[in-house]
Ligand binder design. Structure first.
Ligand code: NAP
Length: 268
């Protein structure tokens, strides 16, 4: 019987995960199928609980269900607990649900060089900012500072994770954009730099933009112009997906196949 996996979200129509995972299953000759599962919040819990008996071995979870996914799981990894949210669910043979957050580890994989002993600035205190800040702290960054447009959220997150918060972005070795600034194609580099307060920030060694778009994002344009090594959101997407893939199938993920699939036209 074909094993199933899918992505639960609302909306989920534009997800690139089905193309990425189905290409990976095909490359390894696995009889698996990954589908989109559009689910409103009111139906999230009962839908997830019905999946194991319907042939699902796992699922990804995206906006707005990541916090609910952690809450309903029977057990959770340290990353899911630390990030306060889950983007990957794995179903055991008895239907038990395990929650994991591969956004955290996927971000570190995309970074390639360890952040140990480096300073980091995380822009954004939403779900993605929290996962990234937790990962950087766990991996031994010398300092993790968090900035957020709504400063109360940065203060609260910094208190919870025992990291620093800054009222204005400050210079750091690693700068991560974990806000949605740059998602809309019309905003240029100048607008994004102003919205994120990057004008006073010294050039950093690495700039990561979690936002992914067809064209180069404004934050990556800023990073390149200031001489940083840049890591784009599609690489982070591939790396988080690769970790989910390995968790479900037990197989080494075919990274190049997954990269090609997400960098192609948005599809099924
Ligand atoms: P979220 O929880 O809704 O948080 C959104 C964040 O963006 C908040 O910090 C918000 O600040 C900030 N923001 C929104 N508009 C802003 C503006 N005009 N100026 C400054 N800050 C602004 O979303 P999320 O789940 O953390 O996701 C954030 C981004 O990361 C999204 O673009 C998402 O697609 C991307 N992402 C990518 C990956 C990947 O694999 N590449 C994984 C996860 C997320 P306030 O608190 O002030 O509203």
């Amino acid at each position: 019987m074909t094993a199933l996996a899918g992505v639960l979200g609302n909306p989920v129509a534009h997800s690139r995960s089905p193309a990425m995972h189905n290409a990976a299953f095909a490359a390894l000759g696995l009889d698996w199928l990954y589908v989109k599962l559009p689910v409103p919040p009111a139906l999230f819990g009962e839908t997830v609980r019905a999946l194991p008996a319907s042939g699902y071995r796992g699922a990804n979870v995206t906006i707005p269900h990541k916090v609910a996914a952690l809450a309903l799981a029977d057990c959770a990894t340290a990353a899911a607990r630390g990030a306060g949210a889950a983007n990957t669910l794995t179903f055991a043979g008895d239907g038990a649900i395990e929650a994991e957050n591969t956004d955290a580890g996927g971000f570190l994989d995309a970074l390639v060089d360890s952040p140990r002993g480096r300073t980091a600035l995380v822009l954004g205190a939403g779900g993605a900012g929290r996962a990234v800040a937790w990962a950087l702290r766990e991996e031994g960054a010398a300092r993790v500072a968090i900035w957020n447009r709504t400063s109360e959220r940065a203060v609260e997150l910094a208190r919870e994770l025992e990291i620093d918060h800054v009222a204005r972005p400050t210079s750091a070795d690693i700068v991560v954009n974990a806000t949605s600034v740059g998602l809309e194609p019309e905003g240029g580099e100048g607008e994004a730099v102003a919205a994120l307060g990057l004008d006073g920030v010294e050039p950093s060694a690495v700039v990561v933009d979690l936002v992914y778009a067809a064209a180069e994002t404004p934050v990556l344009a800023w990073g390149k112009r200031t001489g940083a090594r840049v890591v784009d959101g599609l690489e982070v997407l591939v790396r988080q997906g690769a970790r989910s893939f390995e968790r479900w199938t037990g197989r080494a993920p075919p990274l190049e196949v997954m990269r090609e699939a997400v960098r192609g036209p948005a599809s099924a």
